[in-house]
Design a binder for this molecule. Sequence first.
Ligand SMILES: Nc1ncnc2c1ncn2[C@@H]1O[C@H](COP(=O)(O)OP(=O)(O)OP(=O)(O)O)[C@@H](O)[C@H]1O
Length: 454
Amino acid sequence: MTGSKRTLLIVEDDDGLRTQMKWALADYEVLTAGDRDSALRLFDKEQPPVLVLDLGLPPDPNGVGEGLALLETVLKRQPLTKVVVASGNEERTSALTAVGLGAYDFHPKPVDPDTLRLIVQRAFYLYDLERENAQIVGERSSPLAGIITASPKLFQNCRMVERVAGANVAVLITGESGTGKEMFARGVHDCSPRAGKAFVAINSAAIPENLLESELFGHEKGSFTGAVKQTIGKVEQAHQGTLFLDEIGDMPLNLQVKLLRFLQTRSIERVGGRKPIEVNVRVVSATNRDLAAMIKDGSFREDLFYRLNEVAIHIPPLRERPGDAVLLTKYFLARYAKEFARPIKGLSGDALAAVTNHPWPGNVREVENRVKRAVLMADGRMISSLDLDLATDGDAPAPLTLRQARDQAEFVAVSRALSLADNNISSAAQMLEVSRPTLYGLMRVLNVKNRELE
Ligand SMILES: Nc1ncnc2c1ncn2[C@@H]1O[C@H](COP(=O)(O)OP(=O)(O)OP(=O)(O)O)[C@@H](O)[C@H]1O
């Protein structure tokens, strides 16, 4: 590369067109190739961010197969690459097919130098922006395996988990249903010295009250009708590992007493058993209920609450984590497209807006379920708001005017930048390449709230 010129690869088998394009793009370090194999070799070696591609290449210069195959390989190897496809009037349909496969844009043939320069310039700009975002997201990927977030509060939670994991303290995780409480509980276990031992979960809400005691503490043979053999309870199964008490707010009062006794003595008695058995477990519990209110109305024991709540972690709902819905949608989309081998490339603009506007009452579980279904059901390569079964804007029609479309796009960009920048106005403004006063103005006009600063 010479000086600060940026590298660009032109794949075109026609010498005349190649020369015209080289001339139009003299501001770039231009590499050229005339067929798929030499183009791929150059691409792998030089990694150009932008490609200008003619679809008709030898050995099939009149078809589009070679060009489309090259496009797919390039995007598989370097998904952020921007590929601009050449298109004559009669090749419109193939150019649109290429865009459907992930090409960035097409430029008209014969070459119009000004248009080509503009498209290439925008392609580089978008590439830089996406790479920067990918880096930021990468740097901010959670220290706890599998937790995807851009929320400063969730990052604090992750750091807290890492700090307390080593000490054998009881952790109580609160948050609405589907926010990721079980994931965090597993995080506590995985970061602790008990990681190699059992992680045993028991859900108080899912087990009938009369069976819960035996589920928790086990029973001896013949201790009640149907107790045909000795059974080890969940607490004992978790010996030396972690016991996860899910939906602890649903535990009946009589069992709360027994659980408290276990936490005080660190020993259990199986139902129908006579001797106490010592058990060494780390206890993590979770609930979506308001335990303070339950203590007040007498349905949860205060002494048990203090035993369970040595460290408290609250997971905010998705609607209070700007940017996370989009991040998680993209994450699940990539994951399920791969798992179900579906050729889905991304989200359409209306889907992005719908995801940003939806309140997500079912939190991350709702995102996962909607995306999973959309990946299975979608006809096209891009997931639409319809595939996600989401209204674009509270059942309002999709934006019609350019102004509305622009406002919507700006709303998404501003919310995302604020979220990635931890709501730091200066960094978000820098990311968006606008001044701070402009960003404040945009936030006012678009009604974007800097929620975590409020
Ligand atoms: N930040 C996240 N990144 C990736 N996946 C997540 C995240 N949070 C939750 N999930 C996924 O969402 C689903 C629901 O999460 P989880 O079961 O941990 O929620 P929960 O709060 O325990 O729900 P409930 O209260 O209903 O038991 C799971 O499949 C989990 O893997």
